[in-house]
Design a protein around this ligand. Structure first.
Ligand code: SF4
Length: 652
């Protein structure tokens, strides 16, 4: 039987298991990436594993999420990351050089290779034919040590794109259309493979916008076949020799096929406050907009910002609206500057940010209270922008720029009709400057250029907390939460909190503070307990602090209707038992109930027990399911992955 692109790459990297959907497989990882908010813990864990050197073909450490060095803690973290990269043999991308997914795509992403990254949008270079997966930091540390990455073999879904995008509809609208149709849970346990004549017409930046937003579908990854466009794009980055031809076999079998007729798409928005709350722009026309931001890892490439620049030629940003451009990489900034677009956009009223995640996680450019912000980002979870009752719409650069020109949400087709001389910017990729994409990589320090002598730790950098066995018997339901609790709810990524990312004792004080600001104190006083949640618990980022901090506070188990993939893996990694419950049980449990697990959990985890009986206040009982592979059970039994790997090393 023929193979999909995904199966071909996995087959080449398979070290354990079989490519049967739902079965756990172990794969060899070629490249890893990590960023500054997850990276400090990754390197502290790598150090705790007593390993000397990175074992993967390539490892890259980026400083992108929190580049503003408000106080010494961030600067210390960045210095520690530089020293760790140099000590262990990774590339180091300096703060301000850009967002990991953009910079990695430009410099290192390669078709046919596997990439594991401690960031949920790691699948971005799938648009180049790389099989890229987001994971928790500890999985990255283990992969860097040469260990396989274990994941349930996903179903491979074919997204077949027919036709061509009409004017003013963009790749972002393809992704938003899929989110509207499939929802934020529609991709769980799946890899989306994009094929068809519509896919072939898309440029690489358009493809990577789609693969980036595959994360919002909950997908394990997303990937495109490679072609002349891939080759050309690599050549523009001076990496043509890394091109590999990757196509699905004619008789490849997909678990499912999703058809999208591109000719029927129109400009869309994801309205507040979920990426799948999708509607045509026209539904919100006339809504006042106080802020517009173009950029991020989704739409921050040079080719993404160019349409905005063209739309603003001989025009101005409306006086009641602020427009910010946050390029995804310094390469994008450099290209815009060299070609004169930066000056023209500034003259039109645009404010430029350095190349950073920043505003995407509420660090800078926080919207005014009770105002609408239009962003070309990938997430609009409530409060993520830095203000709790925000009103963030996601859209394409074209829709964002149309709003910047008028000061209100407007369908760019209507604006073009009204203005008469506003042309759809289209996909033109040519540059005035030449065929290449920027001059140098002075902001990347290669392992050969390492400048530190060993690890440099400032006073804010603590130790990794360790458990060394499983000790679970239930406890008080310290918090009962709704559906779709994100890792932003569990550990907010705002500047005042994020600066403690290397200091778990301090960071844990903020655990779930967005849901209940007394939680951390109650958990510490209760000396342990459990959490209860609805569907899709832990969606969003790969942030392992969202498991590490609850572990530090003594949380033993999470009872939820369902779990997001990366977060569930992180719970295993930190020795917290993820137990699935049905809706009726969820409804019956109240916060404050005593949930005593009747069975012997450590013994059950070790023996493969799948159902555990739980007594509620000694009055009624329910059954909770543990869906875990043998390896995940071993990890839980050891108290978490770090202890498990150390035990394995000790056993030789
Ligand atoms: Fe950065 Fe936002 Fe992209 Fe995450 S989603 S990598 S925070 S720009």
């Amino acid at each position: 039987m023929g193979q999909t692109i995904t199966e071909k790459i996995l087959d080449e990297h398979l070290v354990e298991g079989e490519l049967t959907p739902g079965e756990e497989i172990g794969i060899e990882i070629d490249q890893v990436l990590t960023q500054d908010t997850t990276g400090t813990m990754v390197w502290l864990q790598f150090e705790a594993l007593d390993l000397d050197e990175v074992q993967t073909e390539l490892a890259a450490q980026y400083c992108d999420h929190q580049t503003y060095q408000f106080d010494f803690k961030n600067t210390d973290d960045h210095r520690f990351l530089r020293s760790a990269a140099g000590t262990y043999g990774a590339y180091f991308s300096r703060p301000g050089n850009g967002i990991c997914h953009q910079v990695h795509k430009e410099n290192f992403a390669a078709p046919g290779k596997t990439l594991l990254g401690s960031d949920s949008h790691t699948p971005t270079p799938g648009g180049l034919g790389q099989l890229a997966i987001g994971a928790g930091g500890l999985d990255i540390a283990v992969a860097m040590g040469g260990g396989p990455y274990y994941v349930e073999m996903p179903e491979v879904v074919n997204v077949h794109l027919e036709g061509e995008l009409p004017e003013w509809a963009t790749a972002k609208d393809i992704a938003l259309h899929l989110l509207g149709e499939l929802t934020v849970k529609g991709g769980v346990g799946k890899i989306f493979e994009y094929t068809g004549p519509g896919a072939e017409k898309l440029s690489i930046p358009e493809r990577t916008t789609i693969t980036n937003l595959g994360t919002e579908l909950g997908a394990t990854s997303s990937i495109f076949a490679t072609d002349e466009k891939t080759k050309d794009w690599l050549a523009r980055q001076d990496r043509e020799e890394e091109y590999v031809d990757l196509q699905p076999d004619d008789d490849a079998e997909y678990a499912e096929t999703v058809e999208v007729d591109l000719t029927e798409l129109e400009p869309l928005v994801a309205a507040p406050s979920m990426p799948d709350n999708v509607a045509p722009v026209s539904e919100y026309e006339g809504t006042d907009v106080e802020q517009v931001i173009v950029g991020s890892c989704t739409n921050g490439a040079y080719e993404d910002i160019l349409p905005s620049a063209k739309m603003l030629e001989d025009r101005e940003v409306a006086k009641q609206t602020e427009m910010i451009v946050a390029p995804g990489s310094k390469q994008a900034s450099e290209m815009l500057a060299r070609e004169g677009w930066t000056a023209e956009m500034m003259a039109a009223g645009v404010n430029f940010s350095e190349a950073t995640c920043g505003a995407c996680i509420g660090i800078g450019h926080v919207p005014a209270s009770d105002s609408v912000s239009l962003r070309t980002f990938n997430r609009n979870f409530e409060g993520r922008s830095g203000i709790e009752d925000d009103s963030v719409f996601l859209c394409s650069p074209e829709v964002a720029t149309a709003a910047a020109i008028t000061g209100e949400i407007v369908d760019p087709r209507d604006l073009a009709d009204e203005l008469g001389d506003l042309e759809a910017p289209g996909l033109e990729m040519g540059t005035k400057y030449g065929p290449g994409m920027g001059e140098d990589d002075s902001d990347i320090i290669s392992p050969d250029e390492a400048i530190d002598d060993g690890l440099v730790k400032g006073p804010n950098i603590g130790d990794v907390p360790l458990k060394d066995d499983i000790d679970v018997d239930g406890g008080e339901a310290l918090l009962k939460m709704e559906d779709n609790i994100t890792t932003d709810h569990i550990i907010p990524a705002t500047a005042d909190i994020l600066k403690f990312r290397s200091n778990i004792e301090k960071l844990s004080e903020f655990t779930l503070s967005r849901v209940d600001d007394t939680f951390a104190e109650r958990a510490l006083n209760a000396d342990g307990g459990v959490l209860v949640a609805g569907e899709n618990y832990g969606q969003g980022s790969s942030r392992e602090h969202a498991a590490l901090c609850p572990m530090y506070l003594g949380i033993e188990a999470v009872f939820a209707q369902s779990f997001a993939r990366i977060h569930k893996a992180n719970l295993f990694n930190f020795g917290i038992v993820p137990l699935a419950i049905d809706e009726e049980t969820y409804e019956r449990i109240d916060q404050g109930d005593d949930l005593a697990i009747v069975d012997d959990v450590p013994a059950g985890v070790r023996s493969g027990q799948e159902e555990f009986t739980v007594s509620v206040n000694g009055e009624w009982e329910f059954t909770a399911d543990l869906d875990a592979s043998e390896r995940e059970r071993d990890i839980l039994a050891a108290g978490g992955k770090l202890s498990w790997v150390k035990q394995q090393h000790a056993d030789g």
